[in-house]
Design a protein around this ligand. Structure first.
Ligand code: 3H9
Length: 687
């Protein structure tokens, strides 16, 4: 049965799409839409048309799962569908709820009128999939909302709300109440209006950009940092430029050319792979299907330091009350003060109202009384990273937490099973590894202990969604997924310094690769002293020496780099001397290090570690590892993630690179069996 059905309401033909879950514009939907418009044109008793969708949303875009398959090219393709709609001799009204995204918005733009419920969102997220709108979106949108707004929408991919869209003229009327009923009434109002307004024929809103073509370069400049490395944003700008410089028919051809060029490229493949990777990550394998989550009404957080405070803010922002416990009043006040200031900073940027700040802070119960955690449904420990301290906390928790409460540790490295073993309820224990700053970073590693109960995992995953995190399940191993892969990278980066590379050279390779920063820039930002033994007389390596000199990174104005008072880095002669001193001490000869060697020793080794994580079953799937790296460490999404990227390089080449470096990688380095097997078999990590 076609997902598109039609029904009459007096003179109006109501065209309804029912293609769950998001009314994606797959082949059957496209075909159904064209047939419905043909029907409207053929029947002279039809005076106007309403296009509406069932379920949660208006068309959320082209069907991404069709991309790369013959179905995507089976006529009618989306450009033909939208042209057919616009050419309809009767007024067509799009009735929008949920999200009108990508091809979905293009359908709406081709309709002659758009009405929407106030909660609807409209946008062109194609850049996030490594492509641009390919069905006239870059040509019609600027004609309706003007070039500056259209540029922002297509180049960033961020949607706008229906109210803003109404103010811009993108939505003709906001509908309160029953959408379909009001859309039909609207269609009755406009059924005889002639000429029928067609967005492709308008050009009044292009005048501003025609008079000021410099705005495109200004836009490029203003967003250069955001767009660095990505191909699609520049293509969207070029397409909108074509809308301004060329007649509609030619602009559309230019859009099509740019679309096809991107669609066949690696970035689009990587970003579309990642779209599904992110969604797959929330699926936990091996759980009974009927597992029900536990109810979480109040969360407890132990520790009001940077992590504890950040973690608490996630729940407060989602409307979940938090009891936060500290040992001393001063620490509690400091922690809650920082949380308040963070919220106020958000409010000062207009992203929160003063009432919302008070609302969130009002849900916080700061206390020195550990027993106050007794009525919490989930308790997250964020205390000092030390096994004895954690065991002590869990022993105490076990005594006071109510039955069925979930007990979580925010440890970054430690063994969850060992922590769980001190309690009488290991099935209620798991790791919830937040990334710093915990109120901002999207990633959450859910660490599944040997005895963690299925409903505990399901609860954690559901809660992650509620607090807007992207969660990935990890097994118990040192550093879990993300930090475990960081270890060989950091070790090799340090070793490279001894052999002749500089921090600047190592960092440059990573930044040019697309990472937000390299290993030494990251160490300086996070704190060179993190995990340091804190004994300034015990100096065994370069880092010990820098720590002993209080070169703890940006916070001290000195680390692997020197910093000026605006925190701008410059290469440090002091660090160069320290490196030289150690080089002589260990008797390593200085040599020229190529960028390729840096890649092989720092990035290929990460791939190798990722493959080990996979072969040990510490990650459910290769794509989960990629999600961790994109959301936790800023791996460039246009390279898909370390596992996807390795597949694009070719596993044979990764193994060859590691073998080239084997002698330098140290005696503890071993190649992943899974990696070598897959390379030999010509297979991929991501299948
Ligand atoms: C495009 O339109 C190109 C055109 O310009 C030109 C063509 C010529 N296709 O996210 P959720 C699935 S490019 C196929 O968990 P939510 C998703 O995989 C497209 N499947 O729900 C998941 O499946 P499963 C431009 C899709 O409520 C299920 O739906 N459009 C698509 O949190 C639920 O998804 C976009 O980029 C799709 N387009 O969020 C919009 N979208 O259950 C992408 C979703 O098996 N989509 N699925 O895991 C979204 O942003 C969100 O899904 C949306 C709902 C906001 C709609």
């Amino acid at each position: 049965m076609s997902p598109i059905t039609t029904q009459r309401h007096g003179d109006i033909l109501i065209v309804t799409s029912n293609n769950p879950p998001v009314n994606a514009l797959g082949h059957a939907v496209r075909e159904g839409l064209v047939k419905a418009i043909d029907e409207a044109d053929a029947d002279e008793t039809v005076k106007a048309v309403v296009i509406v969708c069932e379920g949660n949303t208006f068309f959320a875009g082209a069907d991404v799962s069709e991309f790369g398959t013959p179905k995507a090219f089976e006529p009618p393709m989306l450009p033909q569908v939208v042209d057919r709609i616009e050419a309809c001799a009767k007024p067509v009204v799009a009735a929008i709820h949920g999200t009108a995204l990508g091809g979905g918005l293009e359908v709406a733009l081709a309709c002659h009128y758009r009405v929407a419920v106030p909660s609807a969102k409209l946008g062109t997220p194609e850049v996030k999939l490594g492509i641009i709108p390919g069905a006239g979106g870059t040509q019609r949108l600027p004609r309706l909302v003007g070039v500056p707004k259209a540029l922002e929408m297509v180049a960033t991919g961020n949607p706008i709300g229906a109210k803003e869209a109404h103010g811009l003229g993108l939505v003709d009327r906001l509908i309160e109440g029953d959408l379909e009923q009001h859309a039909v009434a609207f269609a009755e109002e406009v059924r005889d209006v002639r000429p029928i307004p067609k967005s492709s024929e308008r050009d009044d809103k292009l005048a501003e950009a025609r008079a000021n073509p410099a705005l495109f370069d200004e836009f490029r400049k203003a967003n250069a940092k955001k767009f660095r490395g990505f191909d699609a944003p520049e293509a969207t700008i070029k397409a909108v430029q074509a809308a301004v410089a060329k007649p509609y028919a030619e602009g559309v051809l230019e859009e099509r050319r740019l679309f096809m060029e991107l669609m066949t490229g690696t970035q689009a493949r990587a970003q579309q792979y990642f779209f599904f990777a992110e969604r797959k990550a929330s699926k936990i394998e091996g759980l009974p299907e009927d597992t029900k989550p536990r109810d979480i009404r109040r969360v407890g957080v132990i520790g009001a330091g940077t992590m504890g405070g950040g973690i608490s803010m996630n729940f407060l922002s989602a409307g979940i009350p938090v009891t936060i416990v500290e040992m001393e009043q001063a620490a509690l006040d400091r922690g809650t003060g920082i949380m308040r200031r963070n919220y106020e900073a958000t409010a000062s940027k207009g992203k929160m109202t003063a009432d919302q700040v008070e609302g969130a802070m009002g849900l916080l119960n700061p206390t020195l009384d550990f027993d106050a955690l007794a009525d919490c449904d989930l308790i997250i420990e964020a205390v000092f990273e030390n096994m004895d301290v954690k065991k002590d906390v869990f022993t105490r928790l076990d005594k006071i937490a109510k039955p069925g409460a979930i007990l979580a540790s925010n440890t970054s490295y430690l063994n969850i099973d060992e922590i769980a073993a001190v309690t009488s309820r290991p099935e209620d224990v798991l790791g919830l590894h937040f990334f710093s700053p915990a109120n901002i970073m999207k990633l959450l590693e859910i660490v599944r202990g040997a005895r963690t109960a299925p409903d505990v995992l399901v609860t954690a995953m559901q809660l992650a969604k509620k607090i807007r995190k992207v969660a990935v399940v990890a097994g118990v191993c040192y550093g879990f997924i993300g930090n475990r892969m960081l270890i060989p990278r950091q070790m090799q980066a340090m070793q490279l310094l001894l052999e002749g590379a500089t921090p600047e050279q190592v960092d440059k390779v990573h930044v040019e690769f697309g990472m937000p920063m390299g290993p030494f820039q990251m160490a300086d930002l996070a704190g060179v002293d993190i995990g340091w033994h804190r004994d300034p007389t015990r100096i065994e390596n370069i880092r010990d020496k820098l720590c002993a000199m209080e070169r703890w990174g940006q916070k001290k104005g000195a680390g692997f780099y020197d910093y000026d008072d605006k925190r701008r880095p410059s290469p440090s002669p002091v660090v160069a001397e320290v490196i030289e001193e150690f080089r002589q001490k260990v008797g390593v000869e200085k040599r020229d290090i190529t960028d390729q060697e840096i890649m092989e020793r720092t990035i290929y080794t990460m791939v190798n570690e990722g493959a080990k994580i996979l072969e040990e079953g510490m990650a459910q799937r290769a794509s989960d590892i990629d999600v961790v790296w994109v959301y936790g460490y800023g791996w460039p999404v246009y390279r898909g993630g370390p596992m996807f990227w390795a597949d694009t390089v070719g596993l044979k080449e990764i193994v060859a690179g590691l073998e080239r470096q084997q002698d330098r990688l140290g005696k503890d380095f071993t190649l992943s069996r899974l990696l070598t097997d897959k390379a030999a078999a010509g297979e991929k990590l991501t299948r």
